[in-house]
Design a protein around this ligand. Structure first.
Ligand SMILES: *Cc1c(COP(=O)(O)O)cnc(C)c1O
Length: 394
């Protein structure tokens, strides 16, 4: 006997919950791809993406996941042997840099203090040393989904400007766009990427890229361009060429619906919702940690992500056992730690289509799991989350 019969709660940092309205938007026949309604769908989405990235620049839609968007970004603005500076803050920026390495770039990792965000002063100092201007691009993630760090993108932009460095500024907004403020133009971001399956509440499968004027200029001489990813090839007047082949129609229908929902809520309201849900998790973990070894991976409150909260569990429990219990007994699927946090952490996601009862349910089941499995913890974490939210929206 278990308590799991009922709607499963997916609390992992991607793919995230897909609203029924978005699922239903895909339940329709395929349509013509050279003319008719689909042309309007494409035009509308390219514009909606400008709204989400907050840019007047160009936007591109790829049938790809986030890694595809990474490759699209690299190949459109860089050449073999170009040097890129990767700002480490967990796992994902490094993965992006390694990909640039495979494509023939040289990459240098600017190390950060473990469990801390990128230090803008360190970025400025490194760029000041680059008198020859060897660094062609700077890569960073806004939210690192592995560590739960949020980097201060405008502060890093200011550091680049203070050093007077001309490198392209490339930002991964996979786990942040739709979940917190992101301002491509106002923050001087040259290339930005996101995927469909996190804050944007759609199924996985679309890689979305935005390019500002400096990136478009760099594109003209980029040596890594390949036909599939090439921005120029996608700017022709033939609709089919905008996708370099058959458009992923049903994913486009889904994304239209999730954009409707996001704009109806209001981007700023969605950011605030994420901020409050994150605050509720912080309140719960603080209480659990009073009589247990658990703690948020990110200690500095201003550096905690709005969309995902990795929690270190200490030695008392194997996270896999806890996650299995939550899933099998209660139908709540919480994220596992990844990278070097694979065996001592869980990741609680509050990303995309997530509301207070979903989060409170997840926190309550985790607390049930601690109790059922005999994991030492301070009691009342879920209550602290309730108190926090009740106070916040009073
Ligand atoms: C999920 C994620 C990616 C990778 O996206 P995939 O769709 O899994 O390829 C890249 N960067 C960040 C910050 C992510 O959270």
């Amino acid at each position: 006997m278990t308590l799991r019969q009922g709607r499963e709660f997916l609390s992992i940092p991607g793919p995230t919950n897909i609203p029924d309205e978005v699922l239903n938007a895909m339940h329709r026949p395929a349509i013509e791809i050279y003319s008719g309604d689909l042309l309007g769908v494409t035009e509308r989405l390219l514009n909606d993406l400008r709204t989400v990235f907050r840019t007047t620049g160009r936007t591109y839609i790829y049938a790809a996941n986030g890694h595809g968007a990474w490759e699209a970004a690299i190949s459109n603005v860089l050449s073999k042997h170009d040097k890129v500076l990767v700002l480490e803050s967990g796992r994902f920026a490094v993965g992006w840099g390694e990909m640039a390495g495979v494509q023939g770039c040289e990459f240098e990792i600017l190390k950060s203090t473990p469990r801390r965000a990128v230090d803008p002063a360190a970025v400025e100092a490194r760029l000041r040393e680059d008198i020859a201007g060897e660094i062609k691009a700077i890569m960073v993630v806004q939210i690192d989904t592995a560590s739960g760090i949020v980097n201060d993108i405008p502060a890093i932009r200011n550091a680049i400007d203070a050093a007077g460095h001309p490198a392209l500024f490339m930002v991964d907004g996979m786990a942040s766009i739709g979940c917190m403020q992101f301002e491509m133009d106002a923050w001087g971001i040259d290339v930005a990427i996101v995927g469909s399956q996190k804050g944007l509440m759609s199924p996985p499968g679309l890689g979305l890229v935005a390019a500002g004027p400096k990136a478009v200029e760099a594109h003209k001489t980029a040596g890594l361009r390949t036909h599939y990813w090439d921005w120029t090839a996608r700017e022709g007047s033939v609709h089919y060429e905008k996708y370099c082949g058959t458009p992923p129609e049903h994913l486009l229908f889904a994304l239209c619906k999730s954009m409707d929902m996001l704009f109806e809520e209001g981007l700023e309201n969605a950011w605030e919702r994420h901020r409050l849900l994150a605050g509720a998790v912080h309140a719960a973990v603080a209480v659990w940690g009073r009589e247990g070894a658990m703690e948020l991976n990110i200690q500095e409150p201003s550096e905690r992500a709005a969309s995902v909260s990795p929690v270190l569990l200490g030695d008392g429990i194997d996270p896999a056992e806890l996650l299995k219990w939550c899933s099998e007994q209660c139908g709540v699927v919480v994220g596992s730690g990844i990278g070097d946090m694979g065996h001592n952490a869980i990741r609680i996601a509050h990303m995309g289509y997530a509301n207070a009862p979903m989060l409170l349910g997840t926190l309550s089941v985790l607390e049930m799991g601690f109790q059922a499995l005999g994991v030492p913890h301070g009691k009342g974490g879920a209550q602290a989350a309730i108190d926090y939210l009740a106070d916040a929206i009073k």
